[in-house]
Structures are given as structure tokens and as C-alpha cells.
Ligand binder design. Structure first.
Ligand code: 2IP
Ligand code: CA
Ligand code: CA
Length: 378
């Protein structure tokens, strides 16, 4: 009875396919980028690109999942707004229409009348995705969707997606940059408690196929619902020599504060979702972020997977406060149903206090003890 899981996985596969398509057609891709402005701009980057691929993917997931679960329809939200401005200055509301022809006609408007590109995308949007994954038939959990809501990041690590480097080599299993860090993130959470319940991470650029520049995707999922914890991944072992993954923009003061625990084992990678995936895969023991530069749509899906594996994701500044006050069990996990008071635009849904993603509780405690000892330095 894993109907919700299957529907979200199928939507994530379609999303991955659209992300691949937009990269494969270089001429098409160059048409699709538009600078984000004003309150919706991610403060971290001078230029943050909203791509049509992003908007389309979010709308496709909303449409496909909303059709199967009408009770969720008004509770599926994501990073992007579905208004898109074309080169002619026209604002078009991007949505999935009842037929492929209608969707193609709408997309043609966004694409400055480029018919072939619009038809290609419309075909990808209206394709039927059939999952052939026997493991899903064994998932015997029924999630009552009435009290659920969904966060989508249609493409995380947009900068790397746009740059499009497929040839970056991994360092100890972790890709520091490149297409590998561009992910589709979907998270289901409980609207009342704010807790993550189901998460999907889809890697559209998992493996390059022949002919070159064709890609194969891979998905991962996790469920943490009531007493049930299930995942496509297995719980990784605690590493003998601990390793942390950080943003390449992480403050030097935080890097120094972590040195007593990790020595030289500091790894850097792009993409908030990708760093969370590295923790879930056991390639790192923790992802520590000192700033509020991630959002609910970045962390909800990966957080559900970490919970399913017996780990989690805490609010760094709240956890440090609890730790210093001697209140250590449990440390405050991130929640997904409440906006930041007084904030505007995307900032309403920022994980304002930074975060720590972890698998092993004892490792989280080691991170907290190390940071608490250096708390006024970063
Ligand atoms: C971004 C993206 C960035 C990340 C940032 C996110 O989301 O994941 O890579 O910064 O926190 O908000 P960093 O790579 O330094 O971790 P998006 O690409 O969706 O804007
Ligand atoms: Ca993101
Ligand atoms: Ca994004």
C-alpha cells in the first residue's frame, strides 16, 4: 500500500527526465534562464537562476501527485513561483494542461515561439512513467494523506546544473561540484506537527550513458511514519576516522572550530541536498552549515530519509542553545510547517539557524560538544 511513495517516485523520475532533456539540448537550455529578482532571490548568490526546467518540474510534480491525491493538491508547495517572463516581456503562468498539445501551445509562449523545443518538453511532461522496482511492492505502510503536505525543490544546486560539468571526479566518493550535485528533492511532512514523514532524492545525473551527454537517474527514498522506518538505503556504519562535508562557502571560523573533531577530514561540496545525501550514503558523518542559506524545500526530503535511517537534522543554533543549557535529549530537529516570523519572500521558509545533518546520535553529540567549546568564535 505504498501508493503515495510510488506516485512521488514516478513524479521524481519524470522530473529527472525533464532536467536531463533541458541539459541535453544546449540551444534549448540557453533560452531557459532568467535572473531571480527581489524578495525571491537567494541572498547567497549574486545571480540566482530561475529556470523554466525548475518551474516546469515543480508544476509537473504538483499536477501528477495532485491528480492521484486531490486532498494534497492545495498543500504541495515548492521553491518556484509558476510565473515566467519570456524574452518578449510577456508573463506566462506555467502549468500542465489537460492535453499535450495544449501544454505545448502554452510552452511555446514561454519559449519565444520556439515550437520544436515546446513540443519536446510537452512530450516529456505528458509521458507515462512506469516504475519497475519490485522492492516497492514490499512496502506495507499506508500514510494518511489528509494531514500531510509536500515541499519540492525541483532542482537543487541550480548553479552546478546551469554550469553543466559532467566530468568532475569524486574525492573519496564525494563530488565537490558538477552535475552530480544537481538533485530533485521531494519531502512530505505532517502539517500539524511539522515532522518529515517521507523523502525522495532523485539524482538525474547519476551516470553518463552512451551516446555522451545522455544520463541515467537514480532515486533514494525513506519513510519515517509512526513507528515505521523504511528506506531504499541501509544505515551506514559510523566511520573510524570521522569526516564532515561543508559548503565551499562555509565560514573559516566554523571550519577551524571543527578541526579538533575532524583534523584534515573536511570535505567540500556544492548543493545542500547533495551534502545531505552524502551523509545518508555514509560518505560523511555530518553536514554542518552555520548560515540560514537553506530552505524547507532543501531539507524536508533528505531529512525524512535520514530519520528513516536512524539519524536526523537539527537546527544548529537551537541545538547549541539546548546543549549549553544542559538539555541534550532530544536536540531540536528541524520542522517544516511554520514560516519565520516577520520574514518576506523565500526567507520565510529559510532554515534560519543553520543545521547539522547526521546519522549517528553519538556523532551529533561529538559535533555539538566540539562546537559548544568554540561557540563564540563563529
Ligand atoms: C541552493 C543550493 C546551493 C546551496 C544553497 C541552496 O539551492 O543547494 O548549492 O549552497 O544553500 O539553497 P551550497 O552549495 O553552498 O551548499 P538552489 O540551487 O535550489 O538555489
Ligand atoms: Ca535548493
Ligand atoms: Ca532549486
Amino acid at each position: 500500500m505504498a501508493a503515495l511513495l510510488k506516485s512521488l517516485l514516478a513524479a521524481s523520475e519524470k522530473a529527472a527526465c525533464i532536467a536531463q532533456l533541458c541539459r541535453q539540448e544546449e540551444a534549448l537550455f540557453s533560452l531557459l534562464i532568467e535572473e531571480k529578482r527581489g524578495a525571491d532571490k537567494n541572498k547567497k548568490f549574486l545571480q540566482d537562476f530561475k529556470t523554466l526546467a525548475d518551474v516546469l518540474i515543480q508544476e509537473v510534480i504538483k499536477h501528477d501527485v495532485g491528480q492521484k491525491f486531490p486532498e494534497l493538491q492545495d498543500h504541495i508547495r515548492g521553491e518556484e513561483s509558476n510565473k515566467f517572463e519570456n524574452g518578449l516581456g510577456e508573463t506566462v503562468v506555467v502549468q500542465v494542461c489537460p492535453t499535450q498539445q495544449e501544454t505545448a501551445a502554452l510552452l511555446e509562449k514561454v519559449l519565444d515561439r520556439k515550437q520544436a523545443a515546446a513540443e519536446l518538453l510537452a512530450a516529456a511532461i505528458h509521458q507515462e512513467v512506469v516504475l519497475s522496482d519490485p522492492a516497492l511492492d514490499d512496502v506495507a505502510v499506508t500514510i494518511s494523506t489528509e494531514s500531510m503536505a509536500v515541499w519540492i525543490d525541483p532542482i537543487d544546486s541550480t548553479n552546478q546544473y546551469i554550469r553543466g560539468r559532467g566530468d568532475v571526479l569524486p574525492v573519496d566518493g564525494i563530488y565537490p561540484s558538477g552535475l552530480r550535485s544537481a538533485l530533485v528533492l521531494i519531502g512530505v511532512y505532517n502539517r500539524h506537527s511539522g515532522e518529515p514523514v517521507l523523502g525522495i532524492i532523485n539524482e538525474p545525473f547519476f551516470k553518463e550513458k552512451l551516446p555522451a551527454r545522455r544520463w541515467q537517474s537514480k532515486y533514494h527514498w525513506g519513510i519515517s511514519y509512526g513507528g515505521t522506518r523504511l528506506s531504499s538505503l541501509s544505515r551506514p556504519q559510523l566511520r573510524t576516522s570521522p569526516r564532515v562535508v561543508l559548503s565551499s562557502n562555509e565560514k573559516v571560523a566554523l571550519q577551524e572550530a571543527l578541526t579538533p573533531l575532524y583534523g584534515q577530514q573536511l570535505c567540500f561540496a556544492s548543493g545542500a541536498g547533495y551534502k545531505m545525501l552524502c551523509v545518508a550514503l555514509g560518505l560523511a558523518d555530518a553536514y554542518v552549515l552555520s548560515e540560514g542559506s537553506t530552505f524547507k524545500w532543501d531539507s524536508c526530503g533528505p531529512h525524512a530519509i535520514l530519520l528513516a535511517l536512524g539519524g536526523g537534522m537539527v537546527d544548529l543554533s537551537e541545538a547549541l542553545k539546548s546543549w549549553q543549557a544542559g538539555q541534550r535529549k532530544p536536540l531540536p530537529e528541524l520542522t517544516y510547517n511554520k514560516p519565520v516570523e516577520g520574514a518576506l519572500g523565500a526567507e520565510r521558509w529559510a532554515n534560519q539557524g543553520g543545521l547539522v545533518a547526521y546519522i549517528h546520535r553519538e556523532h551529533l553529540e561529538a559535533v555539538m560538544a566540539t562546537l559548544a567549546a568554540a561557540a563564540n568564535t563563529f
